[in-house]
Design a protein around this ligand. Structure first.
Ligand SMILES: [Zn+2]
Length: 459
């Protein structure tokens, strides 16, 4: 009986020991993997070449402007950029899901291709000098509490490893710049709106840049919204003053910033001072950007310029980015090349055929065999597939629309290029007389007398 009790005690002690060991292990394991990082590196594009950065001076925070699935795929495998070109992936070192889960896309010691055209304090190509962290979500949406909860220790750890001060944690929207475009005559900020809603204090950051060094040095033109969100409070209040006063100003700035953050998160609606550019940056004319007009009508970014006009988009129009492309049947023979809708996506292998024509914004016309540099086709190039021409139009016999096209002269599939007017399909031509000099006509090519199958495009 006694020995039984003794065994019981020994057994109990043993159990206690095992339990405490287990507990200890769990605790330390939990401690070690406090960041709970999912290793996603095996999904990295095989063509991605791992190489070290030139230096590690900055950490760049992004919002992916997409949901989880598309973010992970794009960051790891790459995205389509030209008619036949995909990027090689490796577009971030980490991404953080809305639930706070961290995914390691590429080890932090390697250069991720995440900033594109970028500059900070005179230093260009920030991808070669920074670690990239993508937060799943939209710059006009909310960065979740869980995302901040994971981001904060991740930043701390990386800052410790590379000795990076708070100040040098920046958003992609702060460091990217764009070449001259519809809105700017010079190199400028604002190409990206990425992480505009990033709240530094919620990520535990104290130090910060109070001005844009490249705008200050006149290397770049300032962008209204970027300036407003990141620096305006400082420009207004930051005068050389006593430390006490500076403290007060900083406190004020904090409040102002909180108000602004609220503004940013509801800022995907067009108003007098919130333009398409303000909301979407370089994606303003992208086919995946959708404009929802106050009457509910939806227009894709690649059509908004020509159908509405950039300065006429009605107040109250909602702008949403990265909407998956739904391929709808479009019987419009004239296709528009945009960021995601490439020559390849419209014509497939036929993109470089002699019967595929490209009509440039400046009026030049080239067939598919005459284009050498596919990656730099300007956005807005129109394309027609399966045509013969161009036939010059004139008043002489055989040079009239009827003379060339016969019964097809006023059909939708017959395409006219009219100087000063643009590209018009036969069914939309007002008059066929007195066309300006150098007007041209394209005829749909017929195969064995059969009408060739119309291509499925998308608007
Ligand atoms: Zn970005």
């Amino acid at each position: 009986m006694r020995s039984f009790v003794k065994y019981k005690i020994i057994y109990f002690l043993l159990l206690l020991f095992v339990l405490s060991c287990g507990g200890q292990n769990l605790f330390s394991k939990k401690n070690r993997s406090k960041l709970n990082i999912v290793d996603y590196q095996r999904y990295l594009n095989k063509k991605f070449k791992k190489r070290r950065r030139k230096s590690t001076k900055y950490i760049i925070v992004h919002t992916s402007e997409a949901g989880k699935v598309s973010t992970l795929r794009t960051l790891s495998e790459g995205k389509r950029v030209g008619p036949r070109r995909r990027t090689r992936g490796g577009h971030a070192n980490y991404t953080i899901l809305r639930n706070g889960r961290i995914y390691k896309i590429l080890d932090h010691k390697y250069r991720a291709d995440h900033t594109g055209l970028s500059m900070w304090n005179g230093l260009k190509d920030l991808s070669s000098h920074s670690i990239g962290i993508e937060l799943v979500g939209y710059h006009y949406g909310k960065i979740t509490v869980e995302q901040y909860r994971s981001l904060t220790p991740l930043l701390k750890e990386l800052q410790r490893i590379y000795n990076i001060p708070d100040k040098n944690i920046l958003t992609h929207s702060q460091v990217s710049f764009g070449r001259p475009n519809t809105w700017f005559r010079n190199n400028h900020r604002g190409r990206k709106r990425c992480a505009l809603n990033f709240n530094r204090s919620r990520a535990g950051l104290v130090g910060r840049w109070t001005y844009d060094p490249d705008v200050a040095a006149r290397r770049l033109t300032s962008d209204y919204q970027i300036k407003k969100v990141f620096y305006s409070a400082y420009n207004k209040n930051m005068v050389k003053t006593s430390p006490e006063k500076t403290e007060k100003i900083l406190e004020m700035v904090k409040i102002e910033e909180a108000v602004k953050q609220e503004l940013v998160t509801s800022s995907n609606i067009i108003s007098a001072d919130n333009t398409a550019w303000n909301i979407a940056g370089e994606d303003y004319n992208d086919s995946k950007t959708i404009y929802i007009l106050p009457n509910g009508e939806k227009v894709r970014g690649n059509y908004a310029g020509s159908e509405i006009g950039w300065s006429n988009i009605p107040t109250g129009t909602k702008v949403i980015l990265n909407q998956p492309e739904i391929i709808e049947n479009s019987d419009d023979p004239v296709k528009i090349i945009s960021g995601d809708l490439t020559a390849w996506s419209y014509a497939g292998k036929g993109y470089k055929k002699r019967s595929t024509f490209y009509i440039f914004p400046d009026g030049r016309i080239k067939d598919g065999t005459r284009i050498k540099d596919w990656d730099s086709l300007p956005l807005g190039v129109r394309m027609i597939i399966g045509y013969i021409g161009p036939f010059p139009l004139g008043s002489e016999k055989g040079k009239t629309a009827w003379g060339i096209a016969g019964k097809q002269y006023n059909k939708k599939e017959t395409v006219y290029v009219i100087p000063g007017i643009g590209i018009v399909t036969g069914d939309k031509m007002g008059s066929f007389n007195d066309l300006p000099k150098y007007s041209k006509l394209f005829l749909k090519r017929r195969k064995n007398g059969m009408e060739s199958k119309p291509y499925t495009g998308q608007r």
